[in-house]
Ligand binder design. Structure first.
Ligand code: F6P
Length: 320
């Protein structure tokens, strides 16, 4: 193998650039050529591909977003488009593709693998919802951004004796809500993975007031409902002077944490080591702090990300 391709796809995540650097450098240092593909699968099909240069790679390790840009490209679900992508890869002499992205991006890599093109998925999404790994690149940064925002909101909630309902991202997963909610001492964390009872949450807030805590912080994962919807329902069970806040895309950007950069370095390098060993068609990840590689088709078809819902019970035991 002489030449590999790299693309980032789907929602960007802090640390994607650190992964791009690790993949490209590890490849170059092993004597391979690395080709960057701009705008994800869209750029692949359109042939928006360039040879990467080593000198440009060190300055990107601390940058949010992705220097390879990203795109949502539902057209890649069609077989014809996938085959066109392979045709372009062959034209550029690219023999293996490393895809950094989330669920949709992994499905693209799975389809390429099914058509016989060697592809490896590197988990890069703030949602932490990819099977085959405990953590995805970008999750730690996003959770930290959410925690910092919750801390700030808690200051004003305390000053005004208000209840804040804060919506965080995560698509169908509650990981960002859980981690930031625990870190910011939320009174309630509402996630898609577990039934919730708004009346019970409201009653607890009312009881808290009687016991000396006159403000509240509720974290709601976007996969459950919007902050505005939750606030409206909550208000039916008490007079809370509540406010609804949606954190939205601030969670996606910014300087990646050390943890995300190191995860990106480990996973990016691992993808290349596997390719050098002649392996491929894999989803790579980290499990119990060890690098792991699983068959990408089996991983996507037969496994689901498991959110650690025991953290919800933990929060219930340590909250006010
Ligand atoms: O997958 C990352 C993510 O930020 C999700 O948390 C969110 O639901 C979605 O992307 C938002 O997508 P877009 O930026 O395309 O609106």
């Amino acid at each position: 193998m002489k030449r590999i391709g790299i693309l980032t796809s789907g929602g960007d995540a802090a640390g994607m650039n650190a992964a791009v650097r690790a993949i490209a450098r590890s490849a170059m240092n092993a004597g391979l050529e690395a080709y960057g593909i701009n705008y994800g699968y869209k750029g692949l099909v359109e042939g928006n591909i360039f040879k990467m240069e080593s000198t440009k790679l060190d300055e990107i390790v601390n940058r949010g977003g992705t220097i390879l840009y990203s795109a949502r490209y539902p057209e890649f679900a069609e077989k014809e488009t996938q085959l066109k992508g392979i045709e372009v890869l062959n034209k550029f002499g690219i023999e293996a593709l490393v895809v950094i992205g989330g669920d949709g991006s992994y499905h693209g890599a799975e389809k390429l693998t099914m058509h016989g093109f060697n592809s490896i998925g590197v988990p890069g999404t703030i949602d932490n919802d990819i099977p085959g790994t405990d953590f995805t690149i970008g999750f730690d940064t996003a959770a930290n951004v959410a925690t910092e925002a919750l801390d700030r909101i808690n200051d004003t909630a305390t000053s005004h004796q208000r209840v804040f309902v804060v919506e965080v991202m995560g698509r169908g997963a509650g990981d960002i809500a859980l981690w930031s909610g625990i870190a910011a001492a939320a009174d309630a964390i509402v996630i898609p993975e577990r039934e919730y009872d708004i009346e019970a949450i409201a009653n607890k807030l009312t009881e808290n007031r009687k016991n000396g805590k006159d403000h509240g912080l509720i974290v709601v994962a976007e996969g459950v409902m919007t902050a505005a919807e939750f606030k409206e329902k909550l208000d039916q069970y008490g007079d809370f002077d509540s406010r609804a806040v949606t954190l939205a895309h601030v969670q996606r950007g910014g300087v990646p944490t050390t943890k995300d950069r190191v995860l990106a370095a480990r996973l990016g390098d691992y993808a290349i080591q596997l390719l050098l060993e002649g392996k491929g068609g894999l989803a790579i990840g980290i499990h119990d702090n060890k690098l792991v590689a699983t068959d990408i088709i089996d991983t996507l078809e037969n496994h689901k990300h498991q959110t650690d819902v025991s953290l919800l019970d933990l929060n219930d035991r340590i909250r006010f």
